[in-house]
Structure formats: structure tokens, C-alpha cells
Design a protein around this ligand. Structure first.
Ligand code: ZN
Length: 490
């Protein structure tokens, strides 16, 4: 932990030196997806951004506990605590049990993240598994006088809270302005003020997801789960809270207010927000016809896509922009990224074979190595870090065409840049190498099955069975048919 890391803190609007609460340990909480549909581009950016942050911290020697939740209840169709629960709606439309929807899309989300090289979090808690903790938190907020019960529902009293603390710290909003911009309540609402938000909602008779509580048979408000689960797994005070910029208000603002109302302090030391993705300059949204799922990107099956883009192309493209800048997706930009990535891994593969000369210097690689770490530690500046990685690529190419020489120490450091930084921290994998692996396995299986076919024709059943059993131990299943043998990975 010799290197200092600077992170931009949304709460202070400053880049601050990162100091963890407990020496050598870091607790991170990131708001995960609401699992009612396929993972899309909007999920890729936070997934990759916080994955790189966690990888960097671990690389620097910190022990990291990374909590990323799954929202499976309470996220209503609009932010005014109205409309149907997104998961319940999907379940109703598809005639499924809500938890079937949750299970199906959670697995799809995890698979998409894995394809993008995103490591799984240390803990992945679900909101519906923490109803008891959420009820206890509401009781505390009520006890402290910052919430009220209305017709079986419980609402957070924003005005009262704003008098004692300040509401709007993260988003820089003033309650007065918010009041003038909020539409009037329609008289049907249980809320005292339109900007109050639900902690507990009484379930309407048609609402299929509900739990008993002291106030009503109902369900928790969306913002509450993160206050409850972050404290449960990371403590009431923890290091880093991340999420997309679109979550800053109202989700994180409400989370901060709940924490403070219940515990007298916000509890989060560094708030971090990744910026949004646009497509051909437009915000991504179902209503704009430019909503692209990750599967569509990987297969190219979307009218806006000229071709399929591999998961590593997407990852590389996302890392070419700083996480706090907006990022525009277009076919041209993705194809340029694809080319850049190919060039990068060609150099990585060439590095092992380059010649060294002890009369030469390290070709400036030690400085590049430091520059890469300095940029990553400067609020995760991945585009600058990647530009230095490309300088390392240029070094490899110059050595290859003999216009530059390098000593052994320099070569070892080049390998370290590619292994520790490119693959280890930035999480980029050589897709061509894994493709070659698949081809190699295919070729090997042809040889083995030919051998086994020969044993079959000689009626050497013992050898046939032994080969089949040995392959089964490796997870390769062999099926004999009239035409010969087929194999598949289990
Ligand atoms: Zn959250």
C-alpha cells in the first residue's frame, strides 16, 4: 500500500486522497441491477468501472470486501413511489412467480458480467432477503422522528430532516428549488409532501409481492434496501459507495438521508458515480429505439449494429473513457476499439519472443510502468493508463523491427505491464488466445476419438471404456452413435 490513491468524492466535489477506515481493508458497496430484464449497455459501465477499482485496490495490497446488491423488490415504475413494482409487472405479464423472474435475470446478468471479465462481488445480497433489517431501520427512523405513518405506509419526512441536516448534499439540490419543481399532490396521496419518499408501502390487493410489518402487509421502498444491506455487510460506516450517475438522485440522496436519520451520520466516506452511456449521441432508452442489450452487442443482432462486438471490445472501449465522462457508442468507435485491442494483444503475444541486449537500457519501460500506476491511482484514469500501455506496445514493435534494443530488466517489466496491469487490473483478456484454445481442444478431441474408433473396430472394449471414463473426468462427455462418436463439454 505504498502508493497513494486519489478518488473524486461526489459528496465533497473534490479529488481526495483515499484513506481507508481500517488499515489495509476496504469496504465497497455498489448498487446493482433491478433484475426484470436483460443486462444492457447501461449495466456494463458500472460493472466494469467498479471491477477495475476493486482490482486496483487488491493489486495495491488492500483486502477488499465488495458488496453489489440485486434489487428484487420495491423498485417501482417511477420515482414518485407510484406505479407497479418492475419485477411484479414482468411476472404478471409473463405469468411467472416474481422470484422466477428474479432468478432468470440474475443468472443472465451474472453471465453477461462474466463475459465482460467482471469478477463476481464478495457478497451479492438481495433486497427481499433483508426485509427484517429494513423494518428495523424504518423503526429507528420513526423513533428519531424523521418519518410518519400514513394509511399503513411509512414515509420519510424530508422537510423535517432538512431542518436538522441538509437534504440534497450529493446532487447539490436545494429543497426550496425542489419544492417549486415538484408537481402538486393529487389529494389521493398518503404523503404530506410530494418530495417525501416511501420507506414502507402498504400493498394494494393486486400487489403480489408483500410481507407482514408493524404497519401493514406491504413492501419496502427501493432506497431502503441499500441503507440496510450496506450497514449489515460493511458496517454503519464504510469506505466507498458507488453507482451510476442516474442513481445520485433520488436513490443515493435518499439513502444518505435514511442513514443520517437512523444513525446520526451518513456513514459513507467516498461517494463515486460513473457517468452515462449515449448511443450515436442520444441517451439510451426503450422509447428512443436505441436500447441495446449486452447479448445483442455480443451477437450483433440489433438494427443499429453493423456487426457483433466481442465482450473484450466493449470492455476496452469503456476503459478508453474516464468513468466520469459520458461515453458515446457508435459502430465506428467500436470498430476502432476492436482494431486497437488486436494491435495491443499482438504485441503482448510478441513480447515473450523479443531479444534482449544487456548493453541496452530498459527502453524507458520503468518510467512507463510508474506512469501507468500513477494514472490509475489518479481517480482511475484508465484512458491515460491505456495510452501508456500503448507506448509499451510501441516499444515492443520497435524492438521487433530492430530499431530499438532492450535489456532483460526492461523486458521483464514489459511482461509485468501486460500481465499485472492489462490483464490483472484492467481485466482485458486476449480473446484470440482463448479462441486458439478452443481450436486446440477440438483438434485434440479429433485425435483421441480417432484412436478410440480404432479400438472399437478392434473390439478392444476395455480401452474404449477407459478413454471414455478418462474424458468424463475432465468434463468431456462422449456419445457413441452409428456414424461414430460425438463429444460435448458438460
Ligand atoms: Zn442502491
Amino acid at each position: 500500500m505504498s502508493r497513494a490513491i486519489y478518488l473524486y468524492n461526489t459528496a465533497s466535489r473534490l479529488k481526495e486522497l483515499f484513506k481507508p477506515i481500517h488499515e489495509g481493508h476496504v469496504g465497497i458497496y455498489v448498487c446493482g441491477p433491478t433484475v426484470y430484464g436483460d443486462a444492457h449497455l447501461g449495466h456494463a459501465r458500472p460493472g466494469i468501472t467498479y471491477d477495475v477499482l476493486v482490482r486496483l485496490l487488491r493489486n495495491l495490497g488492500y483486502k477488499v470486501r465488495y458488496v453489489r446488491n440485486i434489487t428484487d423488490v420495491g423498485h417501482l415504475e417511477n420515482d414518485a413511489d407510484e406505479g407497479e413494482d418492475k419485477i411484479a409487472k414482468k411476472a404478471r405479464l409473463e405469468q411467472l412467480e416474481p422470484m422466477e423472474v428474479v432468478q432468470y435475470y440474475t443468472i443472465r446478468y451474472e453471465e453477461a458480467m462474466k463475459a465482460l471479465g467482471v469478477n463476481p462481488p464478495s457478497i451479492e445480497p438481495r433486497a427481499s432477503g433483508h426485509i427484517i433489517e429494513q423494518i428495523a431501520l424504518i423503526e429507528k427512523i420513526l423513533e428519531h422522528g424523521y418519518a410518519y405513518i400514513s394509511n399503513g405506509s411509512v414515509y420519510f419526512d424530508v422537510e423535517k430532516y432538512n431542518k436538522d441536516f441538509k437534504y440534497g448534499v450529493l446532487s447539490g439540490r436545494e429543497l426550496g428549488e425542489m419544492i417549486s419543481n415538484t408537481r402538486e399532490l393529487d389529494g389521493q396521496s398518503d404523503k404530506h409532501s410530494p418530495y417525501d419518499f416511501a420507506l414502507w408501502k402498504k400493498a394494494a390487493p393486486e400487489h403480489i409481492m408483500h410481507w407482514p410489518s408493524p404497519w401493514s402487509e406491504g413492501f419496502p421502498g427501493w432506497h431502503l434496501e441499500c441503507s440496510a444491506m450496506s450497514a449489515k455487510y460493511l458496517g454503519e460506516e464504510f469506505d466507498i459507495h458507488g453507482g451510476g450517475m442516474d442513481l445520485m438522485f433520488p436513490h443515493h440522496e435518499c439513502e444518505l438521508a435514511q442513514n443520517t436519520a437512523a444513525r446520526g451520520r451518513g456513514g459513507v466516506h467516498y461517494w463515486i458515480h460513473n457517468n452515462m452511456i449515449t448511443i450515436n449521441g442520444k441517451k439510451m432508452g426503450k422509447s428512443y429505439g436505441n436500447f441495446i442489450t449486452l447479448e445483442e452487442l455480443f451477437t450483433g443482432k440489433h438494427p443499429l449494429l453493423q456487426k457483433a462486438y466481442s465482450p473484450m471490445t466493449i470492455r476496452f472501449f469503456i476503459l478508453q473513457a474516464h468513468y466520469r465522462s459520458t461515453l458515446d457508442f457508435s459502430n465506428e468507435a467500436l470498430q476502432a476499439a476492436e482494431k486497437g485491442l488486436k494491435k495491443l494483444f499482438q504485441a503482448v503475444r510478441d513480447t515473450d519472443g523479443i531479444a534482449t541486449d544487456e548493453k541496452a537500457s530498459d527502453a524507458g519501460v520503468a518510467k512507463l510502468y510508474e506512469d501507468i500506476y500513477d494514472s490509475l491511482c489518479d481517480d482511475l484514469n484508465t484512458p491515460v493508463a491505456l495510452s501508456y500501455v500503448f507506448e509499451a506496445v510501441n516499444v515492443v514493435n520497435k524492438i521487433k523491427d530492430k530499431s530499438l534494443q532492450i535489456n532483460m530488466a526492461g523486458k521483464v517489466l514489459l511482461q509485468k505491464i501486460f500481465k499485472d496491469v492489462l490483464t490483472g487490473i484492467l481485466g482485458l483478456q486476449d480473446e484470440q488466445a482463448s479462441g486458439a484454445d478452443a481450436a486446440t481442444i477440438g483438434g485434440l478431441m479429433d485425435i483421441i476419438l480417432k484412436e478410440r474408433q480404432q479400438a472399437r473396430s478392434q473390439k478392444d472394449w476395455a480401452k474404449c471404456d477407459a478413454l471414455r471414463d478418462d474424458l468424463a473426468k475432465l468434463g468431456i462427455r462422449v456419445k457413441d452413435t452409428k456414424e461414430g462418436s460425438e463429444w460435448s463439454l458438460e
